[in-house]
Design a protein around this ligand. Sequence first.
Ligand code: NAD
Length: 355
Amino acid sequence: MQGFIPLPKYKISAVFSFSYNATNERLMDKKTNIGVIGVGHLGQHHTKHYSKIDGANLVGVFDLNQDRCKSVATRYDIKPYETLGELLEKTEAVSVVTPTKDHKKVAEECINKGKHVFIEKPITKTVAEAEVLIALAKERGTIIQVGHIERLNPALLPLDKFDINPKYIEVQRLAPYMSRGTDVPVVLDLMIHDIDLVLALVKSPIKEIGANGISIMTDSVDMANARIQFKNGAVANITSSRIAKDRVRKMKVFQQDLYITVDFLRSLTEVYRVMDADKTDPSAIMSAPLVSKERHRQIFYEKPTIKKQDALKMELENFIEAAQGKVKPIVDGTAGKKALDLALQIHNKILEDIQ
Ligand code: NAD
């Protein structure tokens, strides 16, 4: 069976406009003073990674819950700050990992003081809030990066080698019920990951959105389906649930002569390509040549080796490099706002459908 050409060191230029330097060489020369705001479930992981990233000098953490703040600071031998202002005096960049409802207020204070901000997804609660942050960051010359972590899922990285122009994308993201994250509807909690991916893959304005959903465990929407039609003819069908028995995260991308399936949880990517063939190639899965439009064609199957990588660590390394002016953030404030905008449009369609 034909194998993949070894991947470059995660150059994700074609699909995601981002280059990741896996060796960390370029991070060696300068350290950015960084802090973490909100050290709950995810903020603790930010803290752990910054403590190991060569280009980061982890200064300290701040959390309204001071017991948690002290406990995380002790674990990483850093300073627990009692106020956000004190932490900001010592840092050049921060991760904002508070609940979404506080992103705007917290990030605004940071950007106002000239700090680069990594904001966990979704960027803010409303598009208007995101616009305020983006305008302020432009004025202050600071970077906003948004934590749409799936862009760096190792199972997606092989897509860079293909010219991606999807006709149809099918995505499923199902998770068992957990109270964490239910402060926002499932579209803003889970579906927004896939919305961001779809927007990165389909580079066309949106023509029409159809959506429906159900509320089961919370007062909000727990299961949702959206069908997004793009002006270039592409269609994305996204299903998300936070009340499933088992976790599922799968994506299928169909386009002319290319079909890709990605299982994010199993780190499994499979590619089916149709190519012109002068003679029968034994490595094709359909070795009897097909005839299409008077051309002989064969179908090839490839399963790239997926290297285990921590997507959050890669994302934060990208942020440190972006703060140092060396690269662009993989997901900037504008991309975060676009994903939020579409997510809210989908959520509003669902609310119309429910009423
Ligand atoms: P969490 O509730 O576990 O932690 C939030 C922490 O922030 C708490 O410790 C809380 O005390 C603190 N906090 C609240 N308001 C604060 C403020 N104004 N200043 C300082 N600290 C404050 O929440 P979590 O699950 O870690 O989620 C945090 C953010 O990360 C949310 O925006 C969420 O959507 C996002 N998230 C992203 C992903 C992902 O896959 N990228 C996964 C989970 C959560």
